[in-house]
Design a protein around this ligand. Structure first.
Ligand code: ZN
Length: 203
């Protein structure tokens, strides 16, 4: 399986990092070794002084497809969950300056904690979903999928022009504003609507 992630999909987050609001989705990938499941602790890597949390809605692809049209894209995911796109911001900034790829900042071990997945039909609309991240009991990030720049269907259509999507692939759909540094000892709790989906520690 593969993990595809979308950068800058909420305007307020693009602005907080002084990035332009994109006109096409910004794509990057994480390997399977980035996954962290079952609320296992995240071990802070030693190579970064500035690992940021990014809470994101995650789509699980339910069948294989390529060149999927936007019109049919909603048929390619049945379940959604929450994930954290951990980002070594110091490394990413250095690489951005030099025009280098982001993998070292985005794809390291444990950089993709994910929750359990729930049927999207559980919700009235996937475009009215609150996502929230609390750290040590304090809300740090709060967003709603109504503010996405690129819809889930647009993302699936766009990505599948280049990369065949397979059953079980995950798509991280971008983070709302409020990203900041995590430190050892922090407790991260992620909520989808009012349901706690993530609850783990940084070690
Ligand atoms: Zn992200």
């Amino acid at each position: 399986m593969k993990i595809i992630a979308i950068g800058r999909n909420y305007a307020e987050h693009a602005k907080e990092l002084n990035n332009p609001v994109p006109t096409a989705p910004v794509i990057f990938m994480k390997p399977e070794t980035a996954l962290l499941k079952d609320n296992k602790p995240f071990y802070h890597p030693e190579f970064s002084e500035d690992v940021h949390h990014e809470i994101e809605l995650v789509l699980k692809i339910s069948k294989e497809g390529k060149h999927i049209s936007e019109k049919f894209a909603s048929g390619y995911y049945e379940e959604i969950g929450l994930g954290i796109d951990f980002t070594a911001r110091d490394i990413q900034s250095r690489h951005k300056e030099k025009g280098l790829p982001w993998e070292l900042a985005k794809a390291f071990d444990g950089s993709a904690p994910i929750s359990n997945f729930v049927p999207k039909l559980k919700f009235e609309s996937v475009y009215e979903l609150d996502l929230r991240l609390d750290i040590n009991g304090e809300t740090r990030q709060q967003g709603n999928t109504r503010d996405l720049l690129f819809s889930f269907e647009r993302i699936i259509a766009f990505v599948s022009q280049y990369i065949t999507l397979k059953k079980g692939d995950l798509i991280f759909t971008g983070t709302p504003a409020g990203v900041s540094k995590v430190k050892i000892g922090d407790r991260l709790e992620g909520y989808l609507q009012d349901e706690k989906m993530l609850d783990f520690y940084v070690k």
